[in-house]
Design a protein around this ligand. Structure first.
Ligand code: NDP
Length: 312
């Protein structure tokens, strides 16, 4: 069996190859850019943001894996062979890293760190900038999948009043469950810090826009670690500038890397992180993908299988 990899440059590929040799020693592993690879010899692809049309050129492909947790970078290919299973990486390591990030971001927003960092640039000492405490702060997590459920669980353990919004109801200790579009407004109205951990789908694209932001209480904060396409940038900046929103912690953008002329870079109420919220090590992801391929060969259920009906 042979796997072709598009995830990083040639140096990254060398690293992937070492890890796959550890976890799937019988697998032939090839670099996406290798001109000598016969497309007919490839059975599996592990990719991030493949050029549209390229996956359709492997006639014997049996399965496509994202090299990370999102599959939107694969699904946007109009020529994607629709009959193939597509899986994403879901590991306890990536969920934990996301939980770490979201807890940091929520504490950062709650303790007014963006304002404190601005004050520091002018040696400004204002001991009234204490912020709130977690039990006084209502966090709402949009998306309670592998990432969001761990993040919500960890927020609740920190003492935040935590709620989550998802398609179907969830039972997570300490987390109030809101499910479906009918309760979205009520979820927003009780949320001081809105965390986005949704997948990017036609239903969730631009979900953080003026209309949504207006339903949050004045002084709310946004944490986006889902996808850049979830946010209407101009609406977010307008809400920050007029004070309806206090701050935003943003990890994902459209496009990435965030262009140098983006107003987010220098905005005093925004903290930008470079899509690092949850990036599992190559070794952990290779082990996961090797296990998925083995499960596929055995005919077992596949973790993180994309569902074309749900769209994620
Ligand atoms: P999952 O597919 O496990 O979970 C998705 C969640 O979103 C589910 O709870 C689902 O509801 C909910 N959801 C989807 N559509 C809707 C909708 N229209 N209305 C309400 N709820 C909806 O995804 P993951 O948790 O693994 O990942 C989520 C996203 O996080 C990824 O798609 C990616 O964009 C982002 N991500 C970002 C990373 C980063 O480093 N910044 C790293 C990893 C992921 P239900 O439970 O009912 O199905």
């Amino acid at each position: 069996m042979a796997l072709i990899i598009k995830s990083g440059d040639a140096k990254a590929f060398a690293d992937w190859k070492i890890h796959f040799s550890e976890f799937a020693p019988g697998l032939d592993v090839h670099f996406w850019e290798d001109p000598d690879v016969d497309p007919a010899s490839i059975h599996y692809a592990m990719v991030w943001d493949p050029e549209p049309g390229r996956l359709a050129k492997f006639p014997n492909l049996k399965l496509i894996s994202s090299s990370a947790a999102g599959v939107d970078n694969i699904m946007r290919d109009p020529h994607l062979p629709k009959h193939l299973p597509v899986v994403r990486v879901t590991t306890t390591d990536t969920a934990q890293r996301m939980g770490d990030y979201v807890c940091w971001a929520a504490l950062t927003a709650m303790r007014r760190i963006p304002e404190i960092l601005v004050a520091q640039t002018t040696c400004g000492w204002d001991s009234s900038m204490t912020g709130e405490s977690a039990p006084e702060t209502r966090v709402g997590v949009m998306g309670l999948g592998a990432m969001g459920s761990r993040a919500a669980e960890m927020l609740a353990l920190l003492g935040f009043q935590t709620a989550g919004w998802s398609g179907s109801p969830k039972s997570i200790p300490g987390v109030e469950s809101y499910a479906g579009p009918g309760v979205f407004d009520a979820f927003l109205a009780r949320t001081d810090i809105l965390v986005c951990l949704l997948p990017l789908t036609p239903d969730t694209k631009a979900i953080i826009r003026a209309e949504t932001i207006a339903k949050l209480p004045r002084g709310a904060c946004i944490v986006n670690a889902g996808r850049g396409g979830h946010v209407v940038n101009a609406d977010l900046i307008a809400a920050l500038d007029r004070g309806h929103l206090k701050s935003a912690v943003l990890d994902v953008f459209d496009p990435e890397p965030l262009p140098k002329d983006s107003p987010f870079w220098a905005h005093p109420k925004v903290i930008v992180t470079p899509h690092i919220a949850s990036f599992g090590s190559r070794r952990v992801r290779a082990r996961h993908v090797a296990n998925v391929l083995a499960a596929f060969e055995r005919g077992d259920p596949l973790p993180g299988l994309y569902d074309p009906v749900r769209g994620y």
